[in-house]
Write a protein that binds this ligand. Structure first.
Ligand code: AQP
Length: 345
């Protein structure tokens, strides 16, 4: 689909324990994209209450994700950093998308099934509708590109389905208003690289996650040198040396994960990492991974800690970013209300 201004949008939930998976799968890539695109990066606080409603530390968690964006290298003067709840157009468009999305589509969402678990009857309606709000987050800016980790692929496919159905169902008013091929773009997911899905350090079959009860399963961005070293040293591995070729990582999920992390942190491919460390024992490879992790994550964690406590600065960045986001979102919503047929006196 052509004719849309290229724009990057992505979000991170302020649910605490921001980790290496969030960094390599999302935030590090946000930083790289800002050289080429206009970017909007959102702290999605409305998503954060879908699983656990009352979080006494929510305000500080919002500040922490904002601090992580800035500490990692996103420039809030050039790009927009804001928190979702300050721009009410997200909720308004999500309601319209609740009427666009079909129950059959929503029932296929695997993240809901995983997060609701066995106690599905007791999950919130918000958790179920989460992907519809995510589609609104992206499309309220008519964003064309969305960098995310692999776990979000299905939600982005749903976003495209929602955009397509909206464009089809309202084809006549959209064409009358001169919006060419469609009002909403079919957003491109930007998923990839060696660390699109970072796995738990304790179990190579589970994704590294904020909500894992074991802190040893993840490297938190604010972990200090000792914590990082201890977690990598204790990371689960198998008894064999590293292979020399990528194919040798098949059926070795923990080895593949550590090689992927090394590749993600160093900006190399897994093949390049194996060209250097093939035949190495895990003790030697882990020592190199500790050094690399401390070298790359240490300064980010330290800057995050400093910034997150500077409430005046962080809250100011979010207020300014929200004002800039609101201008774009309001323009979209004025057109959407008109296309849908709502009357404004
Ligand atoms: N393990 C991961 N590997 C690569 N990317 C990941 N992301 C999350 N986990 C990994 C990406 O980080 C971005 C922000 O994620 P989020 O905070 O909005 O939501 P999430 O995916 O629900 O995060 P968690 O850590 O997995 O939280 P819980 O424990 O609540 O499920 C997204 O781009 C995501 O793909």
């Amino acid at each position: 689909m052509t004719g849309f201004k290229e724009l990057v949008f992505s979000g991170v939930q302020p649910t605490g324990n921001l980790h290496l998976g969030n960094y390599l799968g999302a935030i590090k890539r946000f930083v790289a994209l800002q050289e080429r695109y206009d970017c909007i990066y959102c702290v999605v606080d409305m998503h954060a209450i879908t699983a656990e409603l009352y979080q006494p530390e929510l305000k500080n968690q919002i500040r922490e994700v904002t601090a992580a964006f800035i500490a990692a290298g996103i420039d809030p003067a050039k790009h927009i950093i804001f928190n979702q709840s300050q721009v009410s157009a997200h909720a308004e468009l999500a309601w319209i998308f609740n009427c666009v999305a079909r129950l059959g589509w929503m029932n296929r969402m695997t993240q809901f099934k995983e997060k609701a678990g066995r106690d599905r009857e007791n999950a919130s309606l918000g958790l179920y509708a989460y992907p519809s709000l995510m589609a609104a987050d992206i499309l309220v800016y008519r964003a064309t590109h969305v960098p995310v980790g692999e776990d979000q692929k299905q939600h982005l496919e749903l976003t495209r389905d929602i955009a397509q159905k909206f464009n089809n169902d309202f084809a006549a008013p959209i064409a009358e208003r001169g919006f060419g091929e469609g009002f909403f773009p079919l957003t491109e997911p930007l998923i990839g690289g060696p660390a699109a899905r970072v796995m738990s350090l304790r179990d190579g079959s589970k994704k590294m996650s904020k909500s894992d009860p074991s802190d040893l399963s993840r490297i938190n961005l604010i972990d200090d040198r000792d914590a990082i070293a201890q977690k990598i040293r204790k990371a689960k591995t198998d008894p064999d040396a590293l292979p020399t070729e990528e194919a040798g990582l098949a059926n070795r999920p923990e080895a593949e994960n550590l090689v992927g992390i090394y590749a993600g942190l160093s900006g190399r491919t897994k093949a390049e990492v194996l060209a250097q460390y093939g035949n190495a024992q895990f003790s030697a490879f882990k020592a190199a991974l500790v050094d690399l992790s401390v070298e790359t994550l240490g300064p980010i964690g330290a800057e995050m800690k400093r910034l997150k406590d500077d409430h005046a600065y962080i809250d100011g960045v979010l207020a300014e970013g929200s004002a800039r986001a609101r201008v774009i979102a309001d323009e979209t919503m004025t057109a959407v209300r008109d296309i849908v047929g709502f009357l404004r006196g």
